[in-house]
Design a protein around this ligand. Sequence first.
Ligand SMILES: Cc1ncc(COP(=O)(O)O)c(C=O)c1O
Length: 376
Amino acid sequence: MSQKEKEAYASLLNPSVSNVPVYVPGKTTPQIVAEYGLDPKSVVKLNSNENPLGPSPKVTRAVAEAAGSASLYPTADASNLRQALTRYTGFPVENIVASGPGMDSLIDALNKLFIRKGDEVILPVPTFTYYGISAAGLGGVPVCVGLEADYSLNTDKILGAVTDRTKIIFLCSPNNPTGNVVTAADVQKLAEQVNAIIFIDEAYVEFSERGNLSGLVKKYENIVIGRTFSKAFGLAGMRIGYALAPAWIISNLLRVLPPFSVSILAETAAVAALDDLDYMTDGVKTVREQRKKLIESVAKQTPYKAYPSEGNFIIVDVSPNTSKEAVDVFLKSGVIIRSCDSFQNIGKNTVRITVGTAGMNKKVMEAFDALKKIKR
Ligand SMILES: Cc1ncc(COP(=O)(O)O)c(C=O)c1O
């Protein structure tokens, strides 16, 4: 193809695309094994906040049984799952929508509903990066507002960033990567003072000991809660999310989400997971216990600072080491963790570590021992 032809095709590209920041995913075990020449069996993957216990065995069986139905379309709106979610969430079907792939697709759909070129979304940073990526793809402008030094939310700073182009304020509770939660009072203040949608990402809410904020959806017509089966339910690979929202938003989300967006196997898995809540709550109990122990161990046995967390992960400031050094030392110890460098407003010295089982966390502490010893 000639250069001229290439340029002609490139000129067709939606100009918003060049403003889209690239999402930086955590690496997979096979990628790391190949890069570092590690033994796959000895590798512990704690970089993507996945569930180290895996899905319920009842889910695995249900998916295997449903595999023969892979030739069929599911219901267009995942109605079995929406029904099953009424029992789990206490909301009627008209306040629930299921989304695939994952909650990411819900974020896309919400942005599609509200963002026109030049509209703004407010992101308290550091936070999950996909909100801004998704909005930028539609010509939206991410407006970043820094969290405080302890990573708490400053609602006055957010209110100060609101303009008449602000369409969505993205809040994340517990926040990825910092692990802290947003209070109901803060959300109410924003919901009442701003003519915009308040999205509360509760991807990690099951791990929190502070409860959830879904009750606010019953009081406000501009609050949307996003949830996922990727974390507490151990179904990240199945890619299923859902929203709790006022009926007017749900009916509009159903217009813009692609039909059949939750696959038949994903829907089967999610429904089976909701039928085995004991498995999920047992796993959450393990994570809460191990999270507490991990934070205490880092405080007692290392010179580094671990922050409190309500998620299934913690962040650790490894200064004077850089996060890149820490990730490298951990990898050599067979533990994959995440550098927070790709998040805004967190600096170059912070790592995020998924809370694993007692055995995995022992390996984490061994890796910290190795990090303490490196020459700088
Ligand atoms: C805060 C937060 N929201 C949303 C997601 C995406 O969820 P899903 O796997 O359902 O797309 C993640 C994934 O890590 C996350 O950390």
